[in-house]
Design a protein around this ligand. Structure first.
Ligand SMILES: *[C@@H]1O[C@H](CO)[C@@H](O)[C@H](O)[C@H]1NC(C)=O
Ligand SMILES: *[C@@H]1O[C@H](CO)[C@@H](O)[C@H](O)[C@H]1NC(C)=O
Ligand SMILES: *[C@@H]1O[C@H](CO)[C@@H](O)[C@H](O)[C@H]1NC(C)=O
Ligand SMILES: *[C@@H]1O[C@H](CO)[C@@H](O)[C@H](O)[C@H]1NC(C)=O
Ligand SMILES: *[C@@H]1O[C@H](CO)[C@@H](O)[C@H](O)[C@H]1NC(C)=O
Ligand SMILES: *[C@@H]1O[C@H](CO)[C@@H](O)[C@H](O)[C@H]1NC(C)=O
Ligand SMILES: *[C@@H]1O[C@H](CO)[C@@H](O)[C@H](O)[C@H]1NC(C)=O
Ligand SMILES: *[C@@H]1O[C@H](CO)[C@@H](O)[C@H](O)[C@H]1NC(C)=O
Ligand SMILES: *[C@@H]1O[C@H](CO)[C@@H](O)[C@H](O)[C@H]1NC(C)=O
Length: 455
């Protein structure tokens, strides 16, 4: 019954495997007595997600990250020590005596490379860290089942289903995506994706803090500048705008779909879904991709229309002329447009001209009143000579609410099929001289009646 010579390597293999496993553990929780070493992996209960040390792209440096366990191409969607890389495999993620998750390296006890920084909490030895089935990494006080900290509150570059983008008005907590520096470096890059709560809240991509792409305000169904969201959507989207917070989150209707939104290092905000069969991510939305997507491509008081085949995409809004006709002639629209000379738009027979299917102008200084009808909105705008344009604030239920602008109209663009109607204040002359041919030339301009002089 003695083991044959041939079987010895097999036993050795088992032994080696066992030794390897005892060195590299798979964990369900991290606790004070059970830290995670480089090589160990923490799994969510459903095994969809994994947390551990990884090496991005061609880098040799090591980071703590969370990735999809069931996606063959390692895809990291959260990173802890973004700008504090580790040069070797000495990293350890543990829970310290203050009850914080801390990252140490280099076998020394100096200050951590990264910490959850919650040290206000009173430590009890029931505090553990877990990876939830949504991919959310949480610090949990078992004693009272309280979540002390969660990775979903500290996004990296990826918005996962059930995660929020926006801000908590009470705590000032900001849920913002920040691009990686490059595919090799998860350090904070130059692009951020966030909701700007100023005026009537809007979604933006910023480059070094300046607007790069504007998705516009929430229309009740979608972002004004993202018509793609109206198509039968794989998500139930919830948008919240109240005194406590302004946020958007995407819930999955079918939990077996793997979908993510990433602020990528080149400045694209892109949504993609994982296709198991092809073993790759399929992109189904990205911005900015065309000239009209870039913030303020045509300057103030203009409209960017990418469907003007062969023609300049920038057109002045009705009642406005190029500020610099010479630049405009050379197809540089950045100077924008100004009110046509001699126009009188204050209580002298002015009215509104509709521009159809647009992303409405920047609403960071617009006024919104959700209780008004479109007719009331028009009357209110006409009454005030500094009101330059209005539109319905919400396009659901046939359109309601009032959005009104009181200064320059910035970053308007046309879409081919889905968009909002924007009503521009023009003087009596422009109302009267709108020839049918002009209407045809600028497909998106339509008449609406002058309401006549107010008073
Ligand atoms: C890694 O380097 C190879 C060869 O230089 C290159 O083709 C590849 O794109 C790089 N990958 C990343 C993620 O930077
Ligand atoms: C890793 O190496 C770089 C460059 O040599 C050094 O600046 C950095 O402090 C090292 N990081 C750690 C955590 O040791
Ligand atoms: C611990 O290691 C880090 C990273 O290499 C280094 O910056 C720090 O000086 C070390 N501290 C001590 C006390 O050795
Ligand atoms: C924790 O606090 C320290 C000191 O205030 C700060 O340097 C560090 O960036 C903070 N870490 C995190 C992850 O917020
Ligand atoms: C926590 O501390 C209590 C009291 O010191 C001890 O009885 C218990 O075993 C500890 N539990 C763990 C999980 O370490
Ligand atoms: C970010 O922008 C600055 C200023 O334009 C530039 O110097 C830097 O290289 C950029 N960083 C990355 C990672 O592209
Ligand atoms: C999506 O719908 C499900 C149930 O239909 C709900 O439990 C979940 O909270 C919703 N998610 C979002 C983000 O609205
Ligand atoms: C959910 O998605 C999976 C994978 O795409 C598909 O096989 C399944 O039929 C879907 N389930 C429902 C209820 O739509
Ligand atoms: C017109 O609207 C502006 C901006 O809301 C406001 O400051 C101004 O008081 C209004 N003027 C009148 C006459 O209502």
């Amino acid at each position: 019954m003695a083991a044959s010579i041939q079987s010895l390597p097999f036993f050795l293999q088992i032994l080696l495997l066992h030794l390897h496993q005892s060195h590299c553990k798979t964990l369900n929780t991290i606790s004070a007595s059970l830290p995670l070493h480089d090589g160990d992996v923490l799994f969510s209960n459903n095994k969809h997600f994994a947390l551990g040390f990884f090496r991005p792209g061609n880098s040799t440096r090591r980071f703590i990250g969370i990735w999809y366990n069931k996606v063959s191409e390692q895809t990291v969607f959260w990173v802890a020590n973004r700008d504090r890389p580790i040069n070797d495999t000495s990293g350890v993620l543990s829970i310290n005596s203050q009850g914080d998750i801390v990252l140490h390296c280099c076998s020394n006890g100096s200050s951590p490379l990264w910490s959850t920084n919650m040290s206000t909490t009173i430590f009890d030895n029931t505090t553990t860290a877990k990876l939830q089935d949504t991919g959310n990494f949480i610090l949990l006080q078992r004693l009272n089942n309280r979540v002390l900290w969660q990775s979903f509150d500290h996004p990296t570059d990826t918005l996962m289903p059930f995660m929020k983008l926006g801000l908590d008005r009470r705590t000032g907590m900001d849920w913002v995506l920040t691009s990686w520096k490059s595919m090799d470096d998860p350090g904070p890059g130059n692009f951020t994706h966030r909701i700007d709560p100023t005026g009537y809240p809007q979604i933006f991509v910023y480059k070094n803090g300046a607007p790069h792409w504007r998705g516009g305000p929430w229309t009740g169904l979608r972002w004004s500048g993202v018509p793609q969201m109206i198509n039968p959507y794989i998500f139930n989207v919830s948008f919240v705008n109240d005194q406590e917070e302004v946020s958007i989150s995407f819930g999955l209707r079918n939990m077996s779909i793997i979908s993510r939104m990433v602020m990528d290092p080149s400045g694209l905000i892109q949504r993609s879904t994982w296709q198991d069969r092809g073993g790759r991510w399929i992109q189904f939305y990205a911005a900015p991709v065309e000239q009209c997507d870039y913030y303020g491509a045509c300057g103030a008081n203009s409209n960017c229309n990418p469907y003007n085949t062969g023609q300049f995409a920038c057109t002045c809004l009705p009642g406005f002329d190029p500020r610099s006709p010479a630049d405009w002639f050379l197809r540089d629209g950045s100077g924008g447009c100004m009110r046509s000379p001699g126009a009188s738009t204050c209580q002298s027979g002015e009215g509104f001209i509709k521009v159809a299917r647009v992303k409405v102008p920047d609403t960071s200084r617009a006024h919104a009143d959700m209780s008004m009808s479109l007719k009331e909105c028009e009357e209110e705008c006409l009454k005030n000579c500094s009101c330059t344009a209005y539109s319905a604030a919400d396009e659901s239920r046939g359109g309601f609410g009032c959005l009104a602008w009181y200064d320059d109209l910035l970053d308007t663009r046309t879409f081919s099929d889905i968009g909002q109607d924007l009503y521009i204040r023009v003087d009596a002359a422009v109302l009267g001289t709108q020839e049918p041919t002009f209407v045809l030339n600028l497909l998106s301009f339509n008449y609406i009646d002058s309401l006549g002089p107010y008073c």
